[in-house]
Design a protein around this ligand. Structure first.
Ligand SMILES: [Zn+2]
Length: 299
């Protein structure tokens, strides 16, 4: 099945997958995608999997018979079914590797646009004779609790939690109540003395504020230690000469900001946060490592 690289956007015209992903009105235009083949009006859906953006045919729609993207839905194989859902936390190492994947998507663009890797994005892969049912794991919103294992429970596979990465312009109603991976260049940090903080960010004309609630200060290391780290980051951000610093983090979307309001995102756990500093080449760092390098004047 062919990969879909572009779409016709109603009211705008033909756009590439990349142009759609970066568009400032992404949430509006993503619902107006149609196959770009002449005389084919099959709708398309924007999707993202394993840090790779792709377009797929809208569920139930068919391409016109002479469209190069035409495929026979009868051939699609049956998938296993979800039989239960469990909730829990992930280890710091696993959370970090998810953030690192997002870092790679942001800084190694060849990966996101690599046409060979997305070749099968439009295909549903599974074993039709023996579809395997699964248990879906979901990350809890407080960042604590039992660690989710990606093993079998009574012979049923437990799928590790799906955490979508979103650029700030792509956050929508669909994400409310979910934990997502998000980013942004830090422009300001406001610290209070009662174990909470706000980190203001910008990315591609969008703004957001990351809220670090008291739960952020209650993980593993002491609140004092975390406050010290944030103070170093605060001083660094206020410096005239500095490298650009991005936050790369898991966060909870509680609600969508109204027009002219700033989007709030909650970093409920200290384990969720990592950073990217734009040295040459850019570096992926956790907060303690960043602080250690600032203190020793590496940056
Ligand atoms: Zn088509």
């Amino acid at each position: 099945m062919a990969r879909i690289n572009d779409a016709f956007v109603t009211g705008i015209g033909k756009m590439t997958l990349e142009e759609i992903a970066l568009h400032e009105d992404f949430n509006l235009i993503k619902n107006r995608l149609i196959c770009s083949t002449k005389n084919c009006d099959s709708r398309l859906t924007f999707a993202s999997r394993k840090e790779l953006n792709y377009l797929r045919t809208y569920r139930g729609d068919n391409h016109s018979e002479d469209c190069i993207l035409n495929f026979d839905r009868e051939e699609l194989k049956r998938k296993g079914e979800k039989i239960a859902e469990i909730e829990g936390g992930l280890t710091r190492a696993k959370l970090k590797s998810r953030n690192k994947d997002f870092f790679k998507k942001l800084y190694i663009p060849t990966r996101a646009t690599d046409t060979t890797k997305g070749k099968n994005a439009n295909q549903i892969k599974s074993d039709s004779k023996n579809p395997r049912n699964y248990i879906d794991a979901k990350l809890n919103t407080d960042g604590t609790g039992d660690v989710l294992t990606e093993t079998e429970q009574n012979g049923t596979r437990v799928r590790s939690p799906r955490i979508n990465s979103r650029e700030l312009n792509q956050i929508s109603e669909k994400d409310v109540g979910q934990i997502i991976k998000a980013n942004g260049y830090i422009s300001e940090i406001s610290l209070t003395d009662n174990n909470s903080a706000k980190v203001y960010v910008k990315f591609n004309n969008s703004r957001a504020v990351y809220i670090l609630p008291p739960s952020f200060f209650s993980d593993e290391i002491t609140a004092n230690q975390i406050n010290d780290y944030l103070r170093v980051m605060h001083t660094y951000i206020a410096r005239k000469e500095r490298k650009k610093l991005q936050i790369i983090t898991l966060c909870e979307v509680k609600k969508i900001a109204h027009k002219n309001e700033i989007q709030e995102l909650y970093i409920n756990s200290y384990n969720w946060i990592d950073l990217a500093i734009e040295t040459e080449p850019p570096k992926f760092l956790d907060l303690p490592n960043f602080v250690a390098q600032v203190v020793t004047k590496v940056f």
